[in-house]
Design a protein around this ligand. Structure first.
Ligand SMILES: *Cc1c(COP(=O)(O)O)cnc(C)c1O
Length: 399
């Protein structure tokens, strides 16, 4: 019966859904805590969290409660009208950092990146006239799949088949201030970077590289945009990943974990940029709807507490030690450990997607970052015992 259900779902999927993903042969039906369950009752330890989305794991009672209450009250009005949850969430986001004064809500990460690019160009045009339109991005970057966001995404496989994508982009080398300096010019309106690269390989930006990016942006009157869609919202043990670096961006894109699994994105920006954006310059039908923003308010309130963030730091330290022990035991297989907080990459001597498939057989869910990096993005509520279980499964996988 259960096996029949699994086959039927997998088959319908293959027949009717556009095949842009290679999915494993099980069907997930429910989640609880940090575990997912399939149609056959098998349990999986989740170190993916819906790609850094399910920060609170599955079945958080406050998330369930606010979805029920807000959906009974009001789901959507469009942005033609005032509703309370968006303003309340925007206030909390602005107060969460000293860098930003205004928020624009979207429905996804890529839309937030599109908006940030538009705001950067709008701002440059207002202050410097036409011609200051270039965006500088970095090798190893991932910013999304739409025509602007994919244009600042480095992987050619994502970009080349869809040419021409948005023109006016130059790439510099990540963590290489000299390369950035050589790539900068007065035609640059913005530099966009991930403080910790996700999809592109889990590399962490050095503090002095970020400081150099800030200084070069100031020198050329360009905006510095941080994409914290994956690394933000507590994943590194501070609310925003760049907090610990002391470098302030002009804009920041966030999305994935913000609304507890409901689609959302947001652009945080400073007043100087906000002053150059006018009524009618940008818009969205769904962005900032009462349901997504009410849920996000609850998620942000839970994540942005000293206790919650201290828990992330504690379990991160434990994960760090555990991965270092594993790497020490397997020097020929594990070539490098990357990442920070609960965002970790394990570069292996072999295929990351083969390791991911082998992990599925150990009932452990992991994701890849490029060809040879296993990416770990657990729910932020994991405990040390889950780290132990993950490590022993991974030991089997990499043996
Ligand atoms: C996932 C991701 C995006 C794109 O977000 P979507 O919601 O998938 O459009 C952009 N930037 C980073 C850093 C991401 O991890």
């Amino acid at each position: 019966m259960a096996a029949d259900t699994t086959d039927a779902v997998v088959q319908a999927d293959r027949e009717y859904i556009l095949q842009t993903y290679a999915r494993p042969d099980f069907v997930i039906t429910r989640g609880e805590g940090v575990y997912l369950y399939d149609t056959e009752g098998q349990q999986y330890l989740d170190f993916v969290a819906g790609i850094a989305v399910n920060a609170l794991g599955y079945g958080d009672p406050d998330v369930i409660q606010v979805i029920a209450a807000q959906s009974a009250q009001l789901i959507h009005t469009s942005n033609l009208y005032h509703t309370a949850p968006a303003g309340e969430l925007a206030r909390m986001l602005v107060e969460s950092s000293s860098a930003f004064d205004k928020v624009f809500f979207s429905n996804s990460g890529t839309e937030a990146v599109e908006g940030a690019i538009k705001f950067a160009r709008r701002h440059a045009r207002e202050h410097f006239g036409e011609g200051k339109t270039t965006i500088v991005a970095f090798d190893g970057s991932f910013h999304g799949r739409t025509m602007g966001a994919v244009a600042v995404t480095s992987r050619e496989k994502y970009r080349e088949p869809f040419m021409p994508v948005m023109p006016g982009v130059r790439f510099a080398s990540y963590n290489d201030s000299a390369s950035l300096e050589a790539t900068m010019g007065d035609d640059v309106c913005a530099v966009i970077l991930e403080p910790i690269q996700g999809e592109g390989g889990m590399r962490v930006a050095d503090d002095d590289f970020l400081a150099a990016a800030r200084a070069l942006c100031d020198k050329h009157h360009a905006l510095l945009i941080f994409d914290e869609i994956q690394c933000g919202m507590g994943r590194t043990g501070t609310l925003w990943a760049h907090e610990s670096t002391g470098v302030k961006p002009d804009m920041m894109t966030i999305a994935k974990p913000l609304a507890g699994g409901l689609p959302i994105g947001a652009i945080l920006l400073n007043q100087r940029i906000a002053d150059s954006i006018h009524v009618g310059d940008h818009g969205t039908t769904f962005g900032g709807n009462p349901l997504a923003t009410a849920v996000a308010g609850v998620v942000l309130r839970k994540v942005n507490t000293p206790d919650f963030l201290a828990h992330v730091r504690q379990v991160s330290n434990y994960l760090d030690e555990s991965l270092q022990d594993l790497a020490a035991d397997m020097p020929d297989t594990i070539l490098e450990l990357r990442g920070r907080g609960l965002m970790r990459g394990i570069r292996i001597n072999g295929s990351a997607s083969a390791a991911r498939e082998a992990a599925h057989r150990q009932h452990l869910l992991v994701v890849t970052a490029g060809d040879d990096v296993i990416r770990l993005l657990p729910p932020l509520v994991i405990e040390t015992q889950h780290v132990d279980a993950m490590i022993s499964a991974l030991r089997e996988v990499l043996r």
